[in-house]
Design a protein around this ligand. Sequence first.
Ligand SMILES: *Cc1c(COP(=O)(O)O)cnc(C)c1O
Length: 231
Amino acid sequence: MISENLKKINLKIKEICKKNNISQNDIMLLAVTKTHPLEKIEEALENGISYIAENKVQDAGNKIPFIKNSYKEFHFIGHLQSNKINKLLKINPTLIHSIDKISTAKKLNEQLQSLGRIQNILIQVNTSGEESKSGINPKNTIEFVKSISKFENLKIKGLMTIGMFTDDKKIIRNCFKDLRLLFNEIKDMEINNVDMKYLSMGMSNDFEIALEEGANIIRLGSIIFGAREYF
Ligand SMILES: *Cc1c(COP(=O)(O)O)cnc(C)c1O
């Protein structure tokens, strides 16, 4: 099942890359393993997955350290509560996609300082305007990036968004377009301690559109592992 799914997904990515003149090597496929058991994660790793992501610190802590196969990177993509920072740092996320609060960033920076570590992060932007979604308002993002850039143990590496949950592809595309424009704008500003490298957008339902709009990290869960029983 997982191997079949991954074959199809890789073909699709290849096709979109070819059509849009994108180098497939520049695209990071992140397998979102949330709610799925260790065996499923191992199976994905045996079928070519190298990058995995979880959205809850508790669940990640219960699984990531127990994975037997080797993986290249673990990413954290969910809302980060400041009382979970310690626990998250113990499982060594290569990239945290979801920074959207100064107070959490400040605490994260303090913890990192005391550990003598540097952490790569993305800023999560709420491009859909849906209240249920985390992320910084696009209008406030540049100011936010400037504030976060002052934290010396955090390295901003780009932006992340979740597209609007809708069947209207045009609306989804606009979310991704907005994020790319913001990404380019911030990149051109050449802010100290900010290295705009990653544009994390696109999930099972909308990764094709995201790739067309310039995503270089796509986060795929259900299309690889099947439907989740809970979120
Ligand atoms: C769950 C989740 C995904 C993957 O969602 P699918 O629709 O299953 O592909 C991607 N990004 C974030 C932030 C998530 O929480």
